[in-house]
Design a protein around this ligand. Structure first.
Ligand code: MIG
Length: 667
């Protein structure tokens, strides 16, 4: 593949990009030039930088309270982004079994790997991080375009126990005017935790309930688990057994272990025929109107022993290509997500499938978004979310999110408000919490927290055209949506450790508050001109600033002259926005951005436009390119908001437009 260089198992090799030496290897040992730094490695609890660490790639369902001392969690992405003298390349250590990397920890001059024989090592050329992500996702797969509703706010709980509880949660969102698009049903919706079934006492009429909620603008997503209850009266189990679809023991018996339903068998998702069977079994959910599925416990997580996974000598018959579990372990979750995605695509060909996964391997992004499992309602975990998502974004998993408010333990009003200030910038924005914890819906702690959550979720709704455009770019190029500063500023080493702030697209920089009782924090602004989102204060980077971020006004900075397309606040994405506003933070120089639009679902036509802003002495010029592409957005008013100066209504019909304004202030 273009820009991807395979490394030989033995012998000296120099990888070049044209004349430039990119990397040197001695077999699979990477020789580290002085000063080379490492990033990526997928889902991690510690900070952004990985230089001089040891990284383990082996999917587990870790014990509660993930701390920075944890290494491997639910997904394994053995991909390293290397930066040296401002230039980037990647190294992909491709093996779905156990992989361990020593990133110059034991020896500052060497990066070493240990893995089984099937390991393949490739260098992904840069020279920018964007080039590396483009090539890495060309190799491992791109994030599909999500349906627009999936970018809306989502609300979950383990569990909304019955139809009336779900109805009342829905009603609260609408009564309190808090935007929400999606509600979740966790494991208690099932009959005895049997996957693809309903508890008919709690949910007597799933289709009716879902249709009713749909008429109020909600979609419903349900959880699925890989463990199939061993039960002679359960058709899924009997079918799976009769078809030989389950994982076996070394002796050829059905591999069984205990999960929520009791004793279970586990589908061999490595077998394409099993994936097809499992995918087709989503028909009942689709018929009931379920909008998507949430694949949990797919490391797989087992209860005996507690928090264990499948033994390495379990056998995946693989439809004729038998492999031991240890050889494919990290891919099990990805295969389950693939089965779900392909099933949904077959069952509802006109809709973009929506699949969430907890576990997976490099390339998971093709099949599902990743949520990062069971965090806790701790301030430390609010902080941790930032490097966690940035590491994932640098590893090809751009569509990701942590449980807003934290899963385990009791959240409180301030933590939820601050977490929501961060959470609305996640590519996947979902509040979720564990059984027996304090309820943490946006209104759960009263005022002033509820209003902060409402305003922040309203801001997300306003930003959806900007986010959707960023998703489209990601879908085409692998560029992360929530990204570390170094992605756009690789020549600036200060960004290499700036992991408690991040960019959303390249136009917005967000620096959340992650401690209670704190209203001020340090923010690093890289080169360029920035404006404080709420006050419009102009700051020239690079600069270290002390931001004032009282509740409800998180530290957000807009890159000057990068117009942000925004909608009005809507309760959910099925409403048609009556206007589109280009919010322009004017500053010295010039900049541009774009807007991508389509029907929000399906595979029909799309259109895009580019907005360009230029400051020329006293004049600021805003130009919008003619609409290109066949999609025609619904009738609406268009505005240009020159923040702090003027708001102008644009008379336009999709043709190119130019407007100019006189800048009266000095800055
Ligand atoms: O053993 O389905 O990470 O989000 O609420 C726990 C119940 C199983 C783990 C998931 C969590 C979900 C929970 N599940």
């Amino acid at each position: 593949m273009d820009g991807v260089v395979r490394i030989e198992r033995s012998g000296r090799q120099a990888v070049r990009d044209g004349d430039r030496l990119v990397a040197e290897f001695d077999g699979y040992v990477k020789l580290r030039p002085d000063g080379e730094r490492y990033f990526g490695c997928g889902e991690r609890t510690a900070g952004l930088e990985k230089t001089r660490t040891r990284q383990v790639f082996w999917n587990v369902d870790p014990p509660a309270g993930h701390t920075a001392s944890f290494n491997n969690l639910y997904t394994s992405i053995p991909f390293v982004l290397c930066l040296h003298e401002g230039r980037a390349h990647g190294v992909f250590y491709d093996h779905p079994g156990r992989v361990e990397l020593d990133l110059a920890k034991a020896d500052p001059a060497r990066v070493t790997v240990s893995a089984a024989d099937e390991l393949e090592v490739s260098v992904v050329l840069g020279p920018t991080p964007a080039d590396v992500l483009d090539r890495y996702t060309a190799l491992t797969g791109r994030t599909p375009m999500p349906p627009l509703w999936a970018l809306g706010n989502q609300q979950s709980r383990w569990s909304y126990m019955d139809a009336d509880e779900l109805r009342s949660v829905a009603a609260e969102f609408r009564a309190r005017a808090i935007p929400c698009d999606v509600l979740y049903l966790d494991i208690d919706h099932m009959d005895g935790y049997r996957v693809f079934t309903w508890d008919r006492e709690r949910f007597p009429d799933p289709a009716g309930l879902i249709a009713e909620l749909r008429s109020q603008g909600f979609r419903v997503v349900v959880i699925t688990d890989p463990g199939v209850k061993v039960d002679e009266s359960y058709s899924l189990y009997v079918e799976g057994r009769d078809r030989g679809s389950f994982v076996l023991t070394r002796d050829g018996d059905e591999f069984q272990n205990v999960v929520w339903p009791g004793v279970c068998a586990f589908p061999d998702f490595t077998d394409p025929a099993v994936r097809e069977w499992w995918g087709d079994r989503h028909a009942g959910l689709v018929d009931a109107g379920v909008a998507g599925v949430w694949c949990d416990m797919n490391e797989p997580a087992l209860f005996v022993p507690w928090h264990s996974t499948m033994p390495e000598d379990a056998v995946h018959p693989g439809g004729g290509r038998a492999r031991l579990h240890g050889e494919v372990h990290n891919a099990y979750g990805s295969y389950m997500a693939q089965a779900a995605r392909e099933g949904l695509a077959r069952l509802r060909p006109d809709a973009r499938p929506f699949v969430i996964s907890r576990a997976g391997y490099a390339g998971l992004q093709r099949h599902a978004l990743q949520w990062t499992g069971d965090n806790s309602s701790w301030w430390e975990h609010l902080w941790m979310s930032m490097p966690q998502l940035q590491n994932l974004g640098l590893s090809g998993i751009a569509w990701a999110g942590v449980d807003v408010g934290g899963f385990f333990g009791d959240c409180d009003g301030e933590l939820l408000a601050r977490w929501t200030e961060f959470g609305v910038f996640q590519p996947f924005c979902r509040n979720h919490s564990a059984m027996e914890t304090a309820p943490q819906e946006p209104w759960a702690f009263g005022e002033p927290w509820e209003s902060v959550c409402r305003d922040m979720l309203a801001l997300r709704m306003q930003l959806l055209p900007y986010l959707y455009t960023a998703f489209e770019a990601c879908h085409r190029t692998g560029a992360p949506i929530l990204r570390p500063l170094l992605f756009d500023h690789p020549g600036d080493p200060v960004t290499y450790t700036a992991d408690d702030e991040f960019l959303v697209g390249s136009g917005l920089l967000v620096a959340p508050i992650t401690r209670p009782g704190v209203e001020h924090r340090h923010v690093y602004l890289p080169a360029g001109h920035w404006r404080q989102f709420w006050t419009n204060e102009l700051i020239e980077g690079p600069a270290h600033v002390l931001a004032h971020a009282p509740l409800g006004q998180p530290a957000i900075y807009a890159r000057c002259n990068t117009p942000i397309p925004m909608w009005p606040v809507l309760p959910h994405t099925a409403e048609i926005p009556a206007s589109l506003t280009w919010r322009v933070f004017v500053g010295p120089g010039a900049g541009s951005s774009s807007l991508y639009e389509d029907a929000g679902d399906g595979y029909g036509p799309s259109c895009s436009r580019t907005a360009h802003v230029e400051r020329d002495g006293e004049l600021v010029r805003f130009s919008l390119s003619a609409r290109s592409g066949a999609f025609v957005p619904p009738q609406r008013e268009t505005f240009v908001d020159f923040v702090g100066l003027d708001r102008v209504r644009l008379e336009e019909n999709g043709d190119a437009v130019v407007i100019e304004r006189v800048v009266t202030t000095d800055d």
